[in-house]
Design a protein around this ligand. Structure first.
Ligand code: HEM
Length: 142
């Protein structure tokens, strides 16, 4: 069981690296959509969809590995502090914002130019909420 729990924590941290990396890449991609021609923009959309998929899969891995770690390593939420609950509130905000950002990005790819501002706003919320989650996680578990 000890090795399994360590693998869960490894997966949790690996998903954090992939998720934040993909999120930052998406933010950095944003300004280029308006600066390039049709052909290059189509390639940016392919990159954007790949990073978006990476972020979404990472979020699922974070939820699954996190819930399993709470259950198997800490025996449930009973002994966890307020920092854990603060983390959970931010995780829910982050998850909602990732969902809204993905929906806006799909609309942007389909030609809805107004959706690009919503996708960019979601990206900024993701970054702030994600950093808050990490801060709370360190105080909750370190
Ligand atoms: C979705 C975004 C999430 C991020 C960015 C994140 C981030 C982190 C980080 C950075 C740590 C390491 C803290 C440390 O050891 O000092 C951690 C640990 C942990 N997280 Fe998350 N987490 C997320 C979601 C979740 C969820 C949804 C749960 C559970 C419902 C969860 C449960 C845990 C647990 C139990 C640990 C402690 C692992 C250990 O004992 O080493 N996390 N998280």
């Amino acid at each position: 069981m000890h090795v399994f729990i360590n693998i869960l924590v490894f997966l949790h941290l690996a998903a954090l690296v992939f998720g934040m990396g993909a999120g930052i890449a998406l933010i950095r991609l944003g300004p280029y959509y308006g600066q390039v021609g049709e052909e290059a923009r189509a390639k940016l959309f392919i990159l954007g969809r790949t990073f978006g998929k990476t972020a979404n899969i990472s979020l699922v891995v974070l939820w699954v590995s996190g819930i399993l770690a709470v259950w198997l390593k800490y025996g449930g939420v009973g002994g966890l502090s307020g920092w854990f609950w603060a983390k959970m509130v931010l995780v829910v905000i982050l998850s909602g914002s990732i969902g809204m950002g993905s929906a806006a990005y799909r609309k942007f790819v389909a030609g809805d130019m107004g959706a690009s501002a919503r996708a960019a706003m979601a990206g900024r919320i993701n970054l702030v909420a994600g950093m808050g989650v990490i801060l709370c996680a360190v105080f909750a578990f370190a």
